[in-house]
Design a protein around this ligand. Structure first.
Ligand code: ADP
Length: 257
């Protein structure tokens, strides 16, 4: 499941500068900068409505930013201050894969069909190869027997593990997790967090939006606290989550811990 390409560990994988996004009059992101090195885990925390999901969606091309620059892998900087072509957006989208809060599986497709949809339909990879890889990934997260099941036959935790496999099957450079456990019953959260932690340990580069601060402390190389569309504080998890400099961060983490 590990990444196929090998580049220097400290190489910048994600660079974001001056990212802005408004919905109508509502400025949701007010100039966000991010830097994530290859193999690093960044977690985004902050109150509901602070713009965390919108950041992920902009990185993945699901939202088109109003301004700013997004660069994944240092080869393709997309400058949203100028008009952006569909081809540029597609190329950006191809570099990352998103795991959604509500799994977003196709309900009428089996687990296997869900996983191979992107590789076969979008990436045009050979179906036999996609199936083989999908089965390996499913086995890896303990779902070897579930390839012919439908999402409604699975628990939330199993569905989310399928969501993670579906993202991995796209062979992205960057994994984006949008509150991956917040829709789960508490007893199912641990299994999903374990899978994400294993991926982090294997060296996947990821940006994780989460309210699970204990988890963030375990896996994150850097934590960013956002509020009102700006980065209020960023740094090592031991600082931001235990001894933050900013009062707003302290109030937020004190409420959650
Ligand atoms: P968070 O993930 O921190 O909860 P979001 O990025 O989901 O925050 O949302 C930030 C703000 O942007 C919220 O006020 C939300 O209502 C608004 N917003 C998000 N998406 C849209 C949209 N498609 N249209 C209008 N407003 C949106």
């Amino acid at each position: 499941m590990s990444r196929t390409e090998s580049t220097p560990a400290e190489a910048a994988l994600l660079t974001v500068r001056g990212l802005r996004k408004a919905f109508g009059q509502h400025e949701v992101l007010k100039s966000i900068d991010l830097d994530v090195s290859r193999g690093e885990v960044l977690t985004l925390i902050g109150p509901s409505g602070s713009g965390k999901t919108t950041v992920l969606r902009c990185l993945n091309g699901l939202e088109v930013p109003d301004a700013g620059m997004v660069d994944v892998v240092g080869q393709l900087a997309v400058d949203f201050s100028a008009p952006v072509s569909k081809k540029q957006l597609a190329a950006l989208r191809d570099r990352s894969a998103m795991v959604f809060q509500h799994y977003n599986l196709f309900p009428h497709k089996t687990v296997l069909e869900n996983v191979i949809e992107g590789p076969v339909q979008v990436q045009k990879r050979p179906k036999a190869e996609a199936i083989k890889e999908a089965r390996e990934l499913l086995a890896r997260v303990g779902l070897a027997e579930k390839d012919n099941s439908y999402p409604f036959e699975l628990s939330g935790g199993q569905q989310q593990r399928v969501g993670i496999v579906r993202a991995l099957a796209l062979r992205p450079q960057l994994l984006l997790f949008d509150e991956p456990t917040s829709a789960l019953d508490p007893e199912l959260v641990g299994d999903v967090l374990t899978v994400i932690k294993e991926l982090a340990d294997e060296g996947w580069t990821m940006v994780v939006v989460t309210h699970e601060l204990a988890f963030a402390r375990q896996v994150a190389d850097e934590v960013i606290f956002m509020d009102g569309g700006v980065v209020v504080e960023r740094g090592h998890p031991d600082i931001v989550l235990r001894d933050p400099r900013e009062e707003r961060t302290r109030q937020f983490v004190d409420r959650l811990l």
